[in-house]
Design a binder for this molecule. Structure first.
Ligand SMILES: [Cu+2]
Length: 342
């Protein structure tokens, strides 16, 4: 079978109008014997929305077990109880699993994920709380959770410190204080690191300031790539797991309401990713660690691991596109619409 790279895929789009079935056939989906054979995926090719020449049809979110439109506003506050010293202890359970995910219409991906979803749950806490994450490895490979934020070396989730790599079937507990407030992330930190991250082991981690933030329609957007043929470059780009997910239906927001976007880039293999919104400007707060924005703009760039909080109000009703300002990324899945309504 001829090897189809993303560049061949891009050049094939306008010329041939490659159908999802052809695309699916061209991209190998198994991974060096480490994965179970993929289940059937017939049915994913039905329908035409006419928006993307190469990717026709709809992703079956129900079969995936998660929907990026839900992920967008899904903040996992865990469970809490009061410690004897009066502090709040906030707890989560995360499990590493393997999962076949339809990441664009007709394209499946043998992913490694937290809690059966891509990205993992958006963990959210308040500054100063005690956080406890029980992590179980339900896969056949070693994994960890490495959190960004302040914590002791023993809680760093890397080999050579604390519990180190968590072996298949094992469980560990990460415990630390919620600091500093801001927009953070977590990801697996087992070697080869690029593979463990690219396979889907990441999520957003939000710490609210003690005094809180202004009431807003809050969104989370995890930008990432998907190396569907395991050739060390991405064939699909997405926000929150699924390419093109916010094209149809679009993301509905209310006119003049404050919208707060928690944006993080975990894209592997490409040195940079970006976010651009049409017809509107936003305030941006690097890492969300200050309550004072540094710029009013419509485009931001991020290296892997960088994150920001963006705040904006849409003064006009209508459809406004948002996408990576790298044309290739856009054409390969990283694009969507805001539908601003009254
Ligand atoms: Cu891992």
């Amino acid at each position: 079978m001829a090897r189809l790279t993303r560049r061949k895929l891009l050049t094939a789009v306008p010329a041939a109008g490659v159908g999802a079935a052809a695309l699916h056939a061209a991209i190998p989906h198994s991974h060096g014997g480490a994965q179970a054979a993929e289940p059937g995926h017939e049915g994913a090719h039905a329908g035409h929305d006419g928006r993307h020449a190469a990717f026709r049809g709809k992703v079956d979110h129900e079969r995936n077990g998660f929907d990026p439109h839900v992920t967008l506003r899904d903040f996992d506050w865990g469970t809490t109880r009061r410690l004897p010293n009066g502090r709040v202890l906030r707890e989560w359970e995360l499990t590493a699993t393997t999962k076949e995910i339809e990441v664009a219409p007709g394209v499946t991906y043998a992913a490694w994920v937290y809690n059966d979803r891509l990205p993992g749950p958006t963990l959210r806490a308040r500054e100063g709380e005690r956080l406890r994450i029980t992590f179980r490895n339900g896969t056949v490979h070693p994994h960890t959770i490495h959190f960004h934020g302040l914590h002791p070396a023993s809680m760093d989730g890397v080999a050579g410190a604390g519990a180190g790599d968590i072996l298949p079937g094992q469980t560990t507990v990460y415990e630390f204080d919620a600091e500093p407030f801001g927009m953070h992330l977590y990801h697996c930190h087992v070697r080869p690191l690029a593979e463990h991250i690219a396979k889907g082991m990441y999520g957003a981690f939000v710490i609210d300031p003690k005094q809180g933030r202004e009431e807003a329609d809050e969104l989370v957007m995890v930008m990432h790539g998907l190396d569907t043929n395991f050739d060390g470059e991405n064939e699909i780009y997405a926000v929150n797991g699924i390419g093109f997910a916010y094209m149809d239906p679009p993301v509905r927001v209310k006119r003049n309401e404050l919208v707060r976007i928690h944006l993080v880039n975990v894209t592997e293999f490409d040195p940079i990713n970006s976010f651009h919104v049409h017809g509107n400007f936003f305030h941006y707060f690097p890492t969300g660690t200050s309550l004072t924005p540094v710029e009013l703009t419509d485009t931001v760039m991020q290296c892997q691991g960088q994150r920001r909080i963006l705040e904006l109000r849409f003064p006009r009703a209508g459809r406004f596109m948002f996408h990576a300002h790298q044309s290739e990324f856009t054409e390969l899945g990283w694009q969507g619409f805001f539908e601003v309504v009254d």
